[in-house]
Design a protein around this ligand. Structure first.
Ligand SMILES: [Fe+2]
Length: 198
């Protein structure tokens, strides 16, 4: 088993999950840069499990799945290396334009910092660690993962970043994924959700 990710091959019906996410994804969101996309759309577009019977049945079966899901857009070249705050695990669900060249990069080591300077998408600036992420400096890349045909359990206690090999300033096909939190460790999530797939 990988320490970094675990693909859930037969647990969810991906088409049902896409049906839930797609109505939220607007043309305006597609054309927003990645950083502003997080602030203007992701954080304001929480999908409530309680509103969707399809999600609710999984939460009833696996009570450690979170109450909300978030949609994330990525079309710019790179996002900083970080650790997720307040969760150890994310279930990442491919929604649109995933696949080749759209990479989740895992790292080892490095130092957690309050402030990080560099490129977050197209914006070059100082970024403060915040309620969603703690930035990590000088970590060593160890593994690239491409989310595509299956949802995957992501170990968000490992430093990770997003890298888009096909990025250009006006990418007409941004990657969209949906992230579902899970209260528990990566190992527990793999044990519990992984068994659900057999
Ligand atoms: Fe993350």
């Amino acid at each position: 088993m990988s320490d970094y990710y675990y693909e859930l091959k037969n647990l969810f019906d991906l088409e049902e999950l896409k049906k839930i996410a797609l109505p939220y994804i607007t043309e305006e969101w597609k054309q927003t840069d990645d950083f502003m996309g997080l602030i203007s759309f992701t954080d304001k577009t929480l999908i409530k499990v309680a509103d969707h019977d399809y999600l609710l049945q999984f939460q009833q079966r696996f009570p450690r799945l979170g109450n909300t899901l978030r949609i994330l857009k990525n079309s710019n070249k790179s996002w900083p290396v970080h650790l997720d705050v307040n969760r150890l695990v994310s279930i990442n669900i491919p929604i649109m334009n995933t696949g080749e060249g759209k990479i989740t990069r895992f790292y080892e080591g490095g130092t957690q910092v309050n402030e990080w300077y560099g490129n977050f998408g197209i914006i070059k600036d100082s970024f403060q660690s915040n309620e969603y992420q703690t930035y990590v400096q000088d970590a060593t890349p160890v593994l690239d993962y491409v989310l595509d045909k299956n949802p995957a359990i992501i170990n968000t206690t490992k430093p990770h970043s997003v890298y888009n090999q096909h990025a250009n300033p006006t990418d007409p096909n941004p990657r969209f994924i949906m992230a579902w939190g899970y209260t528990g460790t990566y190992e527990e999530a793999v044990e519990v959700l992984g068994n659900g797939t057999r």
